[in-house]
Ligand binder design. Sequence first.
Ligand code: HEM
Length: 464
Amino acid sequence: MEAIQETAAAAPKAEPSTRRVPPGPPTRGASVFSRIRYGLNFFFDPFGFVGGRFESYGDTYFVAAENQPGLYVFRKPEDVWAVLVTEAKKFRKTHSAFRELGQVLGESGLLTTDGDTWRKHRRIVQPAFSPKRMSEYAEVMIEETVREARSWEHGKRIDLADAMMELTLRIVARTLFGHDASGDVDAVRDAMRTLQDGLVGAQLPIPRWMNIGLQRQERAVATLDALIARMIETRRRQGGNGQVDLLQRLLDARDPETGAELTDTEIRDHLVTFFLAGHETTSNALTWTFHLLGENPAQRARLEAHLDEVLGDRDPTPEDFPNLGFATQVLEEGMRLRPPVFVMARQAAEAVTIGEWELPAGSEVVLWLWHTHHDSRIYPDPERFDPDRFAPDAKAALPKGAYLPFGQGPRTCIGKHFALMEGTLLLATIARRWRLEPTGAAPKLHARVTLSPKNGLPMIPKKR
Ligand code: HEM
């Protein structure tokens, strides 16, 4: 998160130059005081803070840093597309924003690696997301959701954010690791919360013994590590038993040249990455979507009519997924307004031109997806919840780079189809049975690694 906060990161020293740069705020000192003040401003209202910058400086702004190439901040779809797709080869993910995440996810997981290491590991895990696997996963998604939906009572308030977190965690653990996570939900949820806050707090420039955020982060990582070590140990003891899930794939993988197995650390890094990336995001997407439906009863009524038409009075089956198009549109509009991953970051590995700007090697780049998704030039009346924006024709007419909740290009989300299918099936299974009523004021945004509602989301299920 550090460079996303516009704090200059350690990058190759730049020669003093007269290169033309976008407008931006005045160069800030590197003093501890200035860093803390800056960090706090960002911490409390990142969207307002960055939105103000775009208002002042335009679609691209530049944050200069002493002796370093500086930070370029983009929101225009064509610039986002250029960084992620057309010029992707000139960027790497070893951006300072990922350094803290790397401490948790390790050095082999897909999210935080680059180059040959990333390519080798992406190749190993990709088959776990093949179409055949997907339809098996769909069975589990529906089964777990029916179990969850049956446990609710008419009129009895639930915390929907907690419920979605537990449900998506159970689904990812069962589908990818063949593990029943029911007994681990509390430990993982607490670890996740700690990590979300710790990743920000842990960077404060204060000594380790004073840094409670860092200490909590280390404890959370230890909890996750212990759980994952248990999962690997159990599977090794039991043997594969014909399993073809992600865990088995990692245990069976052999280097084509040396025949070497993956090390325990490599397997651990993958599992932590999939555990975290594979449930937190989908859970937030669903939580926000139910919140938006609660605030927009007319759209909720359209969704219910759609579900009645496609499903009648039965739960969905995996085969229903392609016919639940309006439910997918609802989810897509939910992720436009509340993108679980609201910002992306890169570092230029070599000189590269983006739009009218020439970025030297070492420049840091931040793509504010939130601001692209809320741009009234692309989405008229952008705060309005309108699933018709994602009707097939309207979606096809969107400019490239205007809607990227899963990223794009070589580093696009490996779980995109998993998440769209899971989100649609969960939405359909729940909204068919329950009308979720809001209980009060809209929740505040909690923008950390992902975007969640601050203090959860109380809702009241009413039988349909
Ligand atoms: C609504 C749900 C989800 C959202 C919004 C989301 C978003 C994203 C985004 C934006 C990226 C790209 C980040 C970048 O380029 O810097 C990404 C990458 C990734 N996601 Fe997801 N994701 C979701 C669900 C999932 C699921 C269900 C899984 C796994 C089961 C998953 C696993 C990953 C992994 C492993 C990567 C790294 C891919 C690579 O670099 O090769 N995600 N995700």
